[in-house]
Each structure stands twice: as structure tokens, then as C-alpha cells.
Design a protein around this ligand. Structure first.
Ligand code: SF4
Length: 747
């Protein structure tokens, strides 16, 4: 039912449709805010240069956007933005290109059955169909039978809108985001050890460490601007890379520890064992600021370096030398990304990394920290404000007081707020398979490409009674399966805020018109709310900046308190603001701040916790039939995730291999009769792909590596999950590799 409230957007649009046959978007074009389709806001001068945050990765670089006749024509990296200091990676330079792609979704499109062609419909028809189908499913199967999947690519305000609309307005209990695929492990580890999801660092720490340890992280290509910050370090730092592959970063590092895949937990317990054995523990810090050290010490006593050596493949002396390096460093920082997070026991590994930093007192001081580098441009915002892993503002679902605070501020009955976060991504997929979830709303993410074990993922998505995909492109693999596609405006065509890896809030602006009838996700959520009949609940949510104000209030007295942050203009003039910034506190423009300088953590005791547990075998061991380990990860700095955007740029395409390739060691290539550039077949128990052989010492014998950006890669991956974070373990499965003859390829 469409709300009968006078002045609702849909009602006004209806009047327009009746009066002159014009489309809904004509009304939206004139409506306040100007985001989504329509004119670039008046506040931007037609030929001015404005600044905004890049919309790809979590580095959060500042870009100067140059306008002509009210439209963005080019971007250059901002020289005075504290994050990137005048630098950008190829994706940043090409930020505008994906907006102009030919396959942009221009109108809502619908189809009744899979395999049929999508046909264009008006927004009104699309919204009526969406709400009618979802309501019918809920009426028949219960409110929990519809769910949503969001993304860390959306601004804070849109994430919050989706999370509140779906869970409080539409009665969904289950919803998650693609941030489950990249950051859930770090979230769980930080919450358990620090008492809050709080990456403690600022990027200045890259320049202030004298020892930097990168674990399962390849910043040279995954976060190239952050690697530039390392290169600016004036202290001639020692850089250690712990990774099975000799990555681009490992090749630049002082030392590379090429551990066996998924042996990191036992390695870190072994290192902790040596630190304790040698008396290299900062007892003063441990006693004053932590709890659980005695249990931790007892646990790691079972992991002498000999055991860590047997598991990791590193000689005992190297493990001991690494421990000594940590001990001798004055400012040691530990940095991790997906090599840790995307693991069957990633939370324990992250907790072990945090333990190493705590036991050596390497936290809260310049150049230190246990630092998870985030993935997507607004992954941090998703963690705190999407109503998935946390209730708004990093609050707890199971805390009645937190629920009451949120309910009061939003003007909703506390009973509409669930008492837990609902199912994680993999559990939602399983529930679809069990026929319990029958409707799914996928916003700006592409699970048909990116979800682990792709054949099953596509089968699961195709079982849905109703799949709604809201995206800037109509051509994604997930849109191929959709019953309804809602055309969304892209980064650059709307406004809002992102939070980057170092907790810095930055503003994005509208600098281009969305094509066709595409609307900002924010505006789509407003329309869905109106059509669903819960528009009143969001009457105050009139613009992204208005929502930013609400979200700020909801952080009051939390660790991420930003009640002292002004509006978008102030955030911009301060060159971004890191949380926390409570009311009454001030920061200078471009300031960089870290957490825990006072040794106080967020648990009630004020102490950080040591947490440990048993190591567990990898979910899929190699065997005679599948004797090699497949590693997956980022290919190069010109590719982004499923390439729905970077694949649109001819420039970025020339910087990345066009054809899928597999890295294989010279020894394995020789054994299998594979020459460089040969076509090979890589198979797992779940599927097969064909790729060019890249014969290289980057991978160790017995291992192969394929970038995640190619759609074929997840045909092979094994659907295992960390039991705590529910993050998929993309980094390890068993495969075999064989050379393909020309006639094999043709078949
Ligand atoms: Fe954008 Fe990340 Fe590249 Fe910076 S490093 S320009 S934020 S993609």
C-alpha cells in the first residue's frame, strides 16, 4: 500500500503521472536535496573544483574533482588531504569513468521468470511490485522470510537507512553486507579484545614505526597509497611480511616469512612462547592495562617454536629472530588484511596479533598498534551504522538500554528493534536453501560473482521467489538472476559520508547527474518506505545530511562518539575527522589521532583482553586427487573486487591482465609439463576453470594463486567460515592443475 500521507513523494509523483504523463523522476529532479538524478547542487559552482573522497578502497584518498558546466570532467589527487598527500592509485584517477558505462541501469526493469528478458517499467510499477511481492511472501511465510544484503560501498547515511528501513520499517530480521566477506573477523577480534570495534591507528603510524609487520596483507597493490606512507617513513624501518606468497610487498620488504598457508595462528603462539621464555614481555603494561595474560601464557606454553616451525615451515631460528626483532623494536606495528580475516580461524589469528601487540606494550604509542586495514571505502561505516554486525552507532543488539536509546531517538517503539543482529550472510544463503528465506534485496553488491563456492551460490539465488537487485549496472551476474532491477546512482552522483580505515569520516558529493531514471540509494529507500507504508517512520530522514545529524546523536557516549563533529562543510574543511570527537572537543584541520594513548580500553574493566584458543585443521586438506592449495586474493591495483566498475575503464583494463591466470611455481610447472603462458585447467571438488599459467617463484611449490577479480575464481573455493565472525575462508582449498591441449580448450 502506498502511504496516503499528503505530500509523500509517491503521492506527488502519482499526481504528476495523472496530470501530464511525465515520469516520477521529473518530480524527484525538482525535489530538495538534488541528489540522485537531477542537477548538481547549487552549492557547487558550475566550473569549480571541489574535493571528495574516493569511492573504491578504504584508504579514503581525497580527490579534487574538476567541474565544467556543472559536470565533473576529471579528478586529481588532493595534495593537502592528510591521507594521500597528493597521490592516487590508478582506480582513483579513473574514478569518473565507470559512471559513463554503456550498461548503466537507466530505468527500473522487471521480469516474471528467470530466463526472460528484463523489461523497463516506471518507478511506480517497480515500487508497487517490490512491496507487493515482499509483503505477500511475509504474509505467507512470516516476516523473517525476506532479507537484505548491503555493501561497504554505500555512504553511511544510506547504510543506516537500509538497515533501519529493512529491520524497523519492513519487519525483516535478517540482513547483512558484503563487509562480512572482508572485515567481520577484525570486528569480532576488536570487540572481544578491546571491548569495541576500534581500529586503533592513524596512517601516521606507517611513518612512525621502526618495525612494521604485515600479515596476509599486500599493501603495494591492495592499498598502494598506504604503502607510499611506509616508503615515507624516515626511520629506516624493518618491514616484515608474513605471507605464503612472495607478494609485491614481500619483494620490497626487509624480510619475508613464507609460512605454510593457514599456519599463522600457531606461528604467533610460537612467537608469544619465545617472548615469554626470553622475558621479553612488557610486564608493566600487561599488569596495568590488560587481563587474561596468565591464561594466555599457559596456552602458548603448548606452542614451543619447534611446533610453530613444524606447522609453518619456518626454521626455529627464524621464528626466534622474529620474536627478537619485535622485542628490540621501539615502535612495532602489526598490520593485517584478508590473509588473516578470510580464514576458518581468522578471529583467533587476529586475537593472537592483538596479543603480541599488548604483551610487548606496542599499542597507544606512535608507530605501534594491532591494526586491521579495512577493505571497502565505507567498510568502517558499515561496521558501525548498517544495523548488521552492530546496532546503530556500534551499539549492542542484546542490550535493552541500547535498544531503548536508539528507539527513542528514532521515534519508534523499542519492540520493533530485534534483540540480536539476525543471520550472517552465509546463514542467509543457507536459509534460502532451506526454503525459509524466499525474498532477497541485494543492494550494490554482486554475490553471484563474489560469494564463495559460486555454483551453489547461484543455485541458491535462483531459488528465490523474488530477487531485487539495486545497482548502478544492469549487467552484473547477480542482476542476471533478478526479478526486479532498481537503477541506482553511483558515487559522484549523490552525497554522503564514508569512514576510512583510520576512522576518518570524509564527505562525498554529487558532481555528476545520474543517467536516465537512476536515483540515489537514499532516494530509493525513501520511496520504498513510502510505498511500504512506513514513510512516517523516516519523516525526519529528509536528506543525507539530516541523517548524518541523527547518526551523530546516536553515537553520544559511545566509543565512536562524533557529537563534536559539525555538518558536511565542517568535515570537509577539517580534511576529514577521525572518530571519536565528542561534543566540546576540537581538532585541527588534517589532524591524525590514534586510540588508547591513555591505556584505557572499552571493556568495563578498562582493560584489554588476551584471548586464545586451540588451532583447528583447515577445512579441506589436500589429498592425492587434489594435491595443491589454491590461494586467492587481489590481482593488482587496477582491479577492484568483481570488476563491475574497474572493468569499464579501458585504462584500468590495460593495466591488468585481461585473461585469467594462475600463478604456479617453476617446480610444479616442470613436474606437470606446463610452460609459461600455457592454458591449464584448475579443478576443485566444486568446479573447474581454465587459465593461463604464470610460472613464477611468487608462489611456493604445492600452491597456486588466482586473483579473485575473475568471475571463474569462486567456482573453486570451499565454503568454510570462521565460526565466530562467519567470514568466508576464501584463502584455502584443495585443487589440482593440469596442462590443457588445444583440442581440450575447444571442447
Ligand atoms: Fe581510491 Fe583506494 Fe586508490 Fe586511494 S588507494 S585512490 S582510495 S582506490
Amino acid at each position: 500500500m502506498i502511504s496516503k500521507r499528503n505530500g509523500s513523494i509517491v503521492e506527488r509523483a502519482r499526481r504528476l503521472l495523472r496530470d501530464d504523463g511525465s515520469v516520477l523522476t521529473r518530480e524527484l529532479l525538482r525535489s530538495p536535496g538534488g541528489f540522485g538524478l537531477g542537477q548538481v547542487p547549487d552549492k557547487l559552482k558550475p566550473d569549480a573544483t571541489t574535493t571528495m573522497i574516493c569511492g573504491f578502497c578504504s584508504t579514503g584518498c581525497g580527490l579534487d574533482v574538476h567541474m565544467k558546466d556543472g559536470q565533473a570532467v576529471s579528478v586529481t589527487p588532493s595534495v593537502d588531504y592528510p591521507v594521500n598527500l597528493g597521490l592516487a592509485c590508478p582506480k582513483g584517477w579513473e574514478a569518473l569513468t565507470p559512471l559513463k558505462a554503456a550498461d548503466r541501469a537507466l530505468t527500473p526493469m522487471t521480469r516474471e521468470h528467470a530466463g526472460e528478458r528484463l523489461r523497463a517499467v516506471s518507478w511506480e510499477v517497480a515500487l508497487e511490485a517490490f512491496t507487493a511481492r515482499f509483503k505477500a511472501i511475509q504474509a505467507k511465510h512470516g516476516p523473517e522470510s525476506v532479507a537484505f544484503l548491503g555493501t561497504g560501498q554505500m555512504p553511511l547515511e544510506e547504510l543506516a537507512f537500509l538497515g533501519c528501513l529493512a529491520k524497523f520499517g519492513m519487519g525483516m530480521k535478517h540482513g547483512d553486507g558484503n563487509t562480512r566477506q572482508c572485515m567481520a573477523t577484525a570486528v569480532a577480534a576488536y570487540k572481544s579484545c578491546f571491548g569495541f570495534d576500534a581500529p586503533p591507528y592513524s596512517y601516521a603510524d606507517f611513518e612512525e614505526s621502526d618495525v612494521l609487520v604485515f600479515i596476509g596483507a599486500n599493501p603495494c597493490i591492495a592499498h598502494p597509497i598506504l604503502w607510499e606512507r611506509v616508503c615515507r617513513n624516515p626511520h629506516s624501518p624493518v618491514v616484515v611480511v608474513i605471507d605464503p606468497r612472495r607478494t609485491e610487498t614481500a619483494q620490497q620488504a626487509t624480510a619475508h616469512l613464507p609460512i605454510a598457508p593457514k599456519s599463522d595462528l600457531e606461528l604467533f603462539y610460537g612467537v608469544a612462547n619465545v617472548l615469554i621464555r626470553e622475558g621479553w614481555v612488557d610486564r608493566g603494561f600487561v599488569e596495568a592495562h590488560t587481563e587474561g595474560f596468565d591464561e594466555f601464557a599457559k596456552h602458548v606454553a603448548q606452542f614451543p617454536p619447534e611446533r610453530a616451525s613444524a606447522r609453518s615451515g619456518l626454521p626455529v631460528e627464524r621464528i626466534e629472530r622474529f620474536a627478537e626483532l619485535i622485542h628490540r623494536g621501539e615502535r612495532v606495528s602489526f598490520w593485517w588484511t584478508m590473509g588473516v580475516n578470510q580464514s576458518h580461524e581468522g578471529v583467533k589469528v587476529a586475537q593472537a596479533i592483538i596479543a603480541l601487540s599488548l604483551m610487548t606494550g606496542n599499542i597507544g604509542r606512535p608507530g605501534t598498534g594491532a591494526n586491521s586495514i579495512t577493505g571497502q571505502c565505507n567498510a568502517m561505516g558499515s561496521r558501525l551504522f548498517s544495523n548488521t554486525t552492530s546496532l546503530l552507532g556500534g551499539r549492542k543488539w542484546d542490550d535493552a538500554e541500547h535498544r531503548a536509546t536508539v528507539a527513542k531517538r528514532l521515534g519508534v517503539d523499542a519492540s520493533v528493534i530485534p534483540t540480536d543482529g539476525g543471520m550472517a550472510y552465509d546463514q542467509i544463503m543457507e536459509a534460502i536453501l532451506r526454503d525459509e528465506i524466499k525474498g532477497l534485496w541485494v543492494v550494490a553488491t554482486n554475490p553471484a560473482h563474489s560469494w564463495i563456492n559460486q555454483r551453489d551460490a547461484r543455485d541458491i539465488l535462483s531459488r528465490l521467489d523474488y530477487l531485487v537487485v539495486q545497482d548502478m549496472y544492469v549487467s552484473s551476474h547477480t542482476a542476471d538472476l533478478a526479478h526486479l532491477v532498481l537503477p541506482a546512482a553511483a558515487w559522484g552522483e549523490k552525497e554522503g559520508t564514508f569512514i576510512n580505515s583510520e576512522r576518518r569520516i570524509g564527505v562525498i558529493k554529487q558532481v555528476a547527474r545520474a543517467p536516465g531514471e537512476a536515483l540515489s540509494d537514499f532516494r530509493i529507500f525513501q520511496l520504498v518506505a513510502e510505498t511500504w507504508g512506513c514513510g512516517e517512520m523516516f519523516a525526519e530522514w529528509s536528506s543525507p545530511e539530516a541523517v548524518f545529524g541523527i547518526l551523530k546523536e546516536l553515537t553520544k557516549d559511545t566509543p565512536c562518539d562524533i557529537t563534536g563533529v559539525g555538518g558536511y562543510t565542517e568535515v570537509d574543511s577539517l580534511r576529514g575527522v577521525q572518530w571519536p570527537l565528542p561534543e566540546g572537543e576540537k581538532v585541527a584541520p588534517g589532524s591524525e589521532r590514534r586510540l588508547f594513548a591513555d591505556g584505557n580500553f572499552y571493556h568495563e574493566s578498562g582493560r584489554a583482553r588476551f584471548i586464545c584458543g586451540p588451532s583447528t585443521p583447515v577445512p579441506e586438506e589436500v589429498d592425492e586427487r587434489f594435491p595443491m592449495v589454491l590461494l586467492t586474493g587481489r590481482g593488482n591495483s587496477a582491479q577492484w573486487h568483481t570488476q563491475t566498475r574497474t572493468g569499464k575503464s579501458a585504462v584500468l583494463q590495460t593495466l591488468a591482465p585481461e585473461t585469467i591466470y594462475v600463478e604456479i611455481s617453476p617446480r610444479d610447472a616442470d613436474r606437470l609439463g606446463i610452460a609459461p603462458n600455457d592454458w591449464v585447467r584448475v579443478s576443485s571438488r566444486r568446479g573447474t576453470l581454465e587459465a593461463r599459467a604464470y610460472v613464477t617463484h611468487i608462489v611456493q611449490p604445492g600452491q597456486v594463486f588466482i586473483p579473485m577479480h575473475y568471475v571463474q575464481t569462486n567456482r573453486l573455493t570451499f565454503p568454510a567460515f570462521d565460526p565466530t565472525s562467519r567470514q568466508p575462508a576464501y584463502k584455502h582449498c584443495a585443487v589440482n592443475v593440469g596442462r590443457l591441449m588445444l583440442h581440450d580448450r575447444a571442447r
